[in-house]
Design a protein around this ligand. Sequence first.
Ligand code: ASP
Ligand code: MG
Length: 447
Amino acid sequence: MITVMKFGGTSVGSAEAIERVANIIINTKGEKVVVASAMSGITNFLVGIVENPPSDMDSIVEQFANKHLMAAEEMFDDNTMAEFRKDFDLRLKSFRKAIMSDPNDAYYQDLVTSQGERFSTLILSHYLRMLGHDSVALTAETAGIAAVGLPLSGSADLQATANGMTMKVRPLLSRGIIPIITGFYGIKDGAPLTFGRGGSDYSAAVVANAIDADMLEIWTDVDGFMTSDPRIIKDAIKIDEMTFGEAAELAYFGAKVLHPRTIEPVRIKHIPLKVRNSFRPEEPGTLIHNLRKKGNGLLKSVATKNDLAIITVSSAEIAYRPELVASIIGKIAENSIIIYSISTSLSTIAMLVSNSDVMSVIKKLNELGSDIERIDVKNNVSLVCCVGDDLLSKCGVTGDIFTAVKEAGVNVEMISEGASEVSLNFVVPMGMVMDVVAVLHSKYIGE
Ligand code: ASP
Ligand code: MG
């Protein structure tokens, strides 16, 4: 039985948190592979270096080193500290080299922001050793995590990673060694390429895929997926089990429990996934897998995404001009902007994007010149994402949901149904979103 366990930034954010995590690892039976994020706050600190290059790099190195050394000193005995310092000093030397390297290199930001994981994993590994458990700290380089893609938005090369890990990680497991691997990035052409912010969850899923794990556990600071945002809905409860599809939709459209890209690498190999709380390890968390347990309620969860805008582009008979539709989407894609939903009519195409992306979308669309007759923007809308098992195959679900929305006295601005089997999404004014969620939650959520 191989379990891949991933610990996020807050779970390794302090000496106390790391000690808790070490106990969780030790108490897990069978072979274990650990993936960890940087200590909380560290990646933001590194992003700061790239965005506002400081004049005094020495003091940056010192601040960065101190944050990790302080945690280590709190945890380690003298022997462990001495052993740790050897590895630490080597990695700190590479860190200094990384931040001083050419800032014009396209992958400079990936190189700098991926440094934090190298230190959190080192502390955890040495601590396990101090407790008498054989462990090694591996980096994406030494574990063989291969990446492809553009700066700051890499994806794993699953096949190459499987080959690398079979050679580099599997032999450790059979010798009873616990590998602690850096999350967040893989290696492309010999240099780090990050998987996007929050990408360590994805790294862990990639590792689980690559070594054919029996279980992936994502240890974070919440109990699991909830029926709704507990800050909005007081009686929101934790969901015990859900399917891969449901979890993927929820993670993408609102619930910040899991990075949305975590699902795919484990889903394709039918590896079950658990979301667990490292601060409350006695809680069983949410189990995400293939099995279907039918709930009684119509919906499993209602999530929301705020601060969105609808951009409506009008042009005569746009529906008969697929090349224009393609160039509209193409223009927006040039800035890597995410379109959360699209809906078309004879002469309009409406797209849902972040409020903060509106200006750059309009700038891009203006490049299309007179092909476009009009652009309208409706700011400050929210997406409501209703997720439930086989939602689309249940008769009358849409009617029930919108009857509830009407009860809340809210006008629906945009609807997306049919794109996914398990979710129905619609857009309402941001000021009304809490009322909608409250009505849906009280009427249709049930275990
Ligand atoms: N440390 C990285 C970040 O903060 C990756 C992760 O935490 O998943 O984005
Ligand atoms: Mg982090």
